[in-house]
Design a protein around this ligand. Structure first.
Ligand SMILES: C[S@@+](CC[C@H](N)C(=O)[O-])C[C@H]1O[C@@H](n2cnc3c(N)ncnc32)[C@H](O)[C@@H]1O
Length: 258
């Protein structure tokens, strides 16, 4: 009997929005795509990677270096700003939405950054393969970022949220001991969920545990929200949340060893 990869009944935290790039981004991708976008053997479903794929991240960046993994960079505002600020670090941005990848490539070209690589793939499915343990394993990341992930606001859609107890195990696989998983959201009930996921995971420690209480908190725990991380730039999604009068939450989790 063939073993079924559980990821193929996977939860999709993203929707298939329009994937047409338009002339400008088609041209950018034709000229610069191969410099920034990592090719991979495809899995059986769209935006999945083959189970037995091996992507050598050091070779892809052309050098070793502290690695940051960002999930869902959108247009890449955060990725590119961070890559400019830390030219000696390597930034891997994983985005399931083709026009987002093209916008990130465009921004990388415009700003002249060379320490960013992109993958157009479902991060939840691909990360366990990219960071598989064993011979030739990729070095673990120093940071993992999930900033303003799709909120899936309706209760019946909450199961599609990326940050979940199940995903915490994937985040733990990506990060080195002492590494930091940073999250941000403008949706209070997703923030409470993120905080609960961190508190419930034996693989993470919340340095802000019980701090910064939210009086409206209906999660399992109370408090545990980080101060705004000063390495996070204001993106369109954060601005939109603020303009709508929503509070912005940061959540920080430290990968414990073991
Ligand atoms: C709401 S946007 C936020 C973009 C950006 N982080 C920001 O703060 O502006 C969320 C992004 O995550 C991407 N995304 C959602 N689930 C994903 C997944 N499983 N793998 C890769 N990208 C994903 C979406 O395509 C979208 O571009």
């Amino acid at each position: 009997m063939t073993e079924q990869n559980p990821n193929y009944g996977r939860i999709r935290s993203f929707t298939r929005r329009g994937s047409r790039l338009g002339d400008k981004y088609e041209a950018v991708m034709a000229e610069y795509g191969s410099r920034y976008v990592i090719d991979y053997p495809e899995g059986p479903a769209q935006t999945t990677i083959a189970d037995d794929a091996h992507i050598d991240l050091i070779a892809e960046f052309g050098r070793p270096g502290p690695l940051v993994v960002e999930i869902g960079p959108g247009s890449g505002e955060q990725t590119i700003a961070a890559a400019l600020a830390r030219p000696e670090w390597n930034f891997l941005a994983i985005e399931a939405w083709a026009p987002g990848v093209a916008r990130c490539v465009n921004a990388a070209v415009r700003e002249g950054v060379r320490n960013v690589r992109l993958m157009e793939v479902d991060a939840a499915q691909a990360l366990p393969i990219l960071f598989r343990e064993g011979e030739g394993a990729n070095p673990r990341a120093v940071e993992l970022w999930t900033f303003f992930p799709d909120p899936w606001r309706k209760t019946r859609h909450h199961k599609r949220r990326l940050v979940s107890d199940e995903f915490a195990a994937t985040a733990a696989l990506v990060l080195q001991a002492g590494g930091t998983w940073r999250m941000a959201t403008d949706w209070a009930d997703y923030a409470w969920q993120m905080r609960d996921v961190v508190q419930n995971s034996p693989q993470f420690r919340n340095p802000f545990s019980q701090k910064n209480h939210d009086p409206a908190d209906q999660g399992q725990y109370q408090g545990g929200f980080a101060d705004r991380w000063n390495g996070r730039v204001m993106t369109r999604f954060e601005r939109r949340g603020i303009e709508a009068g929503r509070k912005i939450y940061d959540i920080e989790a430290i990968r414990v060893s073991g």
